[in-house]
Design a protein around this ligand. Structure first.
Ligand code: NAG
Ligand code: NAG
Ligand code: NAG
Ligand code: NAG
Ligand code: NAG
Ligand code: NAG
Ligand code: NAG
Ligand code: NAG
Ligand code: NAG
Length: 510
C-alpha cells in the first residue's frame, strides 16, 4: 500500500482505462466520520461533477481520471487546488493499477514537475512504491530526479524520455529477490545509461562478481532468500545504503541452509527516507552453525537495526572490536572491571551487589539479564547499557525476581532489546516495585516511539508484578488516504489509521 500526500492534477495527461469504483467509493465513505462537507461523492471527474469537488484541505474521494474525463489538466488542478490530503484514492494509470505511479507514453508531456510534490508512502509494504516515467518523448526528467520526494525514491525508473535520470556517482543496484530458483536482478545504472542484468541460477554462482563486487550504493532492501549462499562477502565494495522503510524488513536472510556467516562489509549508517520509520532485519532458518561475531553484532545494533528474528549464535572469534573491552561472563565475582561488552547471561544474585560497579561502563549485553534475590534498590550500575541481545529463546531475556528492596527497575538508555524471536520478561516478587507501580502496566524501558516498540524495547511481561499490559485506550480513529500505489495487494481496501491517544499520534498501516 502506498499513501500519497499532495496528489495534484497533471495526471490527467495519462491515458486511463475506465473501471468500476462505486464499491471503493462506498468503502471510503463508509469509513469517514469527520466532515461530510468534504466528501466528493462521484466516481468520475468530469465537467459536471468537478463543480461539486469540495474545497477542503482534506477531501474524501476516489478520484478517477480517464478517457471520459472532458477536462484539461489545468482545470482539474484548479479544482483540486485547496486539497492537500486525500482520503481515498487516485486512479492514474493506463495499465494495472496496483503497482505505483506510472507516467507512460505521453507524447505532449513536457513538464512533470508535479512529481516532486507527490509523496508516496509504501506503508508497511516491504518494498518502496514503484514510480515509472517512460516513453514520454518530450519530457526532460534529468533535473527532477534529485528533487523532492523523487530523490528519495528507491524504485524510480526513467527510460525512453527526452532525458532520463542519471546517477553519475554510484552504481545503483536493486537486488530484488534471490528466490527458490535463485534469481538476482541487478538493476544498475551509470552515466551512459541503464543496463539490466538478470541471471538465473541455483546458488551462489549466480552472482556475476564483476558486477556485484563493484556495487557501492544499494537503494532498497537486501533480500536473500532460498539460496545456497554461504555469506554476503560478495558485496565487497558496498558502502552506502538508502532505503525507505516505515517499519519493514530491509535486511532479510531467510531459508539459506548453507549460510554460516554474515560478512557483509560495513556501511556507516543506513539512510532511511521514510519520515519517522524504522528499519528491521530478519535472520531466519539459516545453517544451524550460523554465527555473528561480537564485532558484527555491534555493527548491526549500532546501525539501529532491530531484528524480527535472529537465528544466530555468537562466533567464537569476536572479530575486530577495537578498543572495546570484552568480558565473558561467568560470575559477578570473577567479572573484570570496565567491561564495554558482556558476553553471556548476566546473572546478579545475593551478595553480588558490591560487584555491580563493574558494570558501570557496559554498553552491550550479549546475553540475558537475570537479577534475583538481591538487596539492590535500583539498577543505576546498568545505566550505560544501550543494547541487550539474547539468542536463547528457552528463557526470558529479562528476569527480575525476589529483589525485596528493588524499587526502581528503569534502564533509561536502552535503545534495543533483541532476541531470537520471543520477547519475554518475568518480573516477580519485587514487593517495593510492585507497591510503587500499583495497578499500572510495566514500562521498564524507554519507548519514545511506541508505534514501533514491538521490535525495539517492547516485551511481553509475565510474573506477578506487572499489571496487565494495556496499550491503546481512548482512541480516536480516522482514516487516512492512499494513492495509486500498492504492491501486489488489493490496495483499495487498505488503509492507514491515525490514532490519537493522549495527545500522541500513532500511525498504523495495514
Ligand atoms: C453518495 O451518493 C449515493 C448515491 O447517490 C447516496 O446513496 C449516498 O448517500 C451519498 N453519500 C453521501 C455521503 O452523500
Ligand atoms: C460526468 O460523470 C457523471 C457520473 O459518472 C455522469 O452522470 C455525467 O453524465 C458525466 N458528465 C459528462 C459531461 O460526461
Ligand atoms: C493485470 O493483472 C492481471 C492479473 O493480475 C494480469 O493477468 C495482467 O497480465 C495484468 N496486465 C498488465 C497489462 O500488466
Ligand atoms: C508506449 O507505446 C509504444 C507503442 O505503442 C509501446 O511499444 C511501448 O511499450 C509503450 N511504452 C510503455 C511504457 O507503455
Ligand atoms: C559478467 O559480466 C561481464 C561484463 O558485463 C560479462 O562479460 C560476462 O559475460 C558476465 N558473466 C556472466 C556469467 O554472466
Ligand atoms: C564466504 O562465501 C564464499 C563463497 O561465496 C566462500 O568461498 C568463503 O569461504 C566464505 N567465507 C567464510 C568465512 O565462510
Ligand atoms: C538455551 O538454553 C538451554 C537451557 O539453558 C540450553 O539447554 C540450550 O542448549 C540453549 N540453547 C542454545 C541454542 O544455546
Ligand atoms: C488495583 O486493582 C485491584 C483489583 O483489580 C483493585 O481492587 C484495586 O482497587 C486497584 N487499585 C488501584 C489503586 O486502582
Ligand atoms: C489529539 O487529541 C488532542 C486532544 O484530544 C488534540 O488536542 C490534538 O490536537 C490531537 N492531535 C491531532 C494530531 O489530531
Amino acid at each position: 500500500m502506498c499513501i500519497c500526500l499532495s496528489c495534484f492534477a497533471y495526471i490527467s495527461l495519462i491515458p486511463l482505462v475506465l473501471g468500476n469504483y462505486h464499491k471503493d467509493l462506498k468503502h471510503v465513505l463508509d469509513s469517514y466520520e469527520e466532515n461530510p462537507d468534504c466528501v466528493f461523492n462521484y466516481t468520475q471527474v468530469n465537467s459536471t461533477t468537478i463543480k461539486f469537488f469540495p474545497q477542503c484541505e482534506m477531501v474524501y474521494a476516489i478520484i478517477v481520471i480517464n478517457s471520459d474525463t472532458d477536462l484539461s489538466g489545468a482545470e482539474i488542478k484548479a479544482a483540486l487546488k485547496n486539497m492537500n490530503t486525500l482520503v481515498g484514492g487516485i486512479r492514474v494509470e493506463n495499465s494495472n493499477l496496483t503497482n505505483g505511479l506510472f507516467i507512460e507514453n505521453n507524447s505532449y508531456l513536457t513538464d512533470a514537475s508535479m512529481l516532486s510534490n507527490i509523496r508516496l508512502y509504501p506503508g508497511n509494504s516491504p518494498v518502496d512504491c514503484v514510480i515509472r516515467v517512460e516513453d514520454n518523448q518530450l519530457l526532460d526528467m534529468e533535473k527532477l530526479c534529485d528533487e523532492g520526494w523523487l530523490a528519495e525514491s528507491t524504485d524510480l525508473t526513467t527510460t525512453g524520455n527526452l532525458k532520463n535520470c542519471v546517477y553519475p556517482l554510484f552504481t545503483r543496484i536493486k537486488i530484488v529477490t534471490v528466490k527458490l530458483v535463485a534469481k538476482v536482478h541487478a538493476f544498475c545504472s551509470n552515466t551512459i545509461g541503464e543496463h539490466f542484468y538478470s541471471v538465473t541460477y541455483n546458488g551462489i554462482q549466480v552472482l556475476n562478481g564483476s558486477h556485484l563486487s563493484n556495487i557501492k550504493l544499494i537503494k532498497g532492501r537486501i533480500n536473500i532468500q532460498d539460496t545456497n549462499l554461504q555469506n554476503l562477502s560478495f558485496l565487497e565494495s558496498f558502502q552506502f545504503w538508502t532505503v525507505r522503510s516505515a517499519n519493514s524488513i530491509i535486511l532479510n536472510l531467510q531459508n539459506n541452509p548453507e549460510m554460516t556467516r554474515f560478512l557483509l562489509p560495513t556501511v556507516r549508517y543506513i539512510e532511511n527516507n521514510a519520515p519517522s520509520g524504522i528499519t528491521l532485519a530478519n535472520f531466519e532458518n539459516l545453517h544451524p552453525d550460523f554465527c555473528l561475531s561480537v564485532s558484527e553484532m555491534i555493527y548491526l545494533v549500532d546501525l539501529r537495526l532491530p531484528f524480527v528474528n535472529l537465528h544466530s549464535k555468537f562466533c567464537e572469534d569476536p572479530g575486530d572490536i577495537g578498543e572495546l573491552v570484552l568480558c565473558r561472563f561467568t560470575s559477578m565475582y570473577d567479572l573484570p572491571n570496565n567491561c564495554d561488552i558482556v558476553l553471556g547471561d548476566l546473572r546478579i544474585e545475593k551478595e553480588d551487589e558490591d560487584d555491580c560497579t563493574k558494570l558501570n561502563k557496559m554498553r552491550y549485553l550479549f546475553g540475558s539479564l537475570i537479577i534475583e534475590n538481591t538487596e539492590l534498590t535500583d539498577l543505576e550500575n546498568l545505566y550505560a547499557c544501550q543494547h541487550i541481545v539474547s539468542l536463547n529463546d528457552s528463557y526470558p531475556v529479562i528476569q527480575y525476581i525476589s529483589n525485596k528492596k528493588l524499587k526502581n527497575l528503569e534502564l533509561p538508555y536502552i535503545y534495543s532489546i533483541i532476541t531470537r524471536g520471543k520477547r519475554e520478561a518475568v518480573v516477580q516478587d519485587n514487593d517495593l516495585f510492585k507497591a510503587e507501580l500499583g495497578n499500572q502496566s510495566c514500562q521498564l524501558f524507554p519507548s519514545n516511539n511506541e508505534e514501533y516498540n514491538e521490535y525495539k524495547t517492547g516485551l511481553k511481561y509475565t510474573g506477578g508484578d506487572c499489571g496487565k499490559y494495556t496499550f491503546l485506550t481512548n482512541m480516536k480513529i480516522f482514516f487516512s488516504f492512499r494513492c495509486s500505489c500498492g504492491y501486489q495487494t488489493d490496495f483499495y481496501y487498505q488503509f492507514s489509521l491515525f490514532i490519537n491517544f493522549s495527545n500522541r499520534v500513532y500511525i498504523i498501516h495495514f
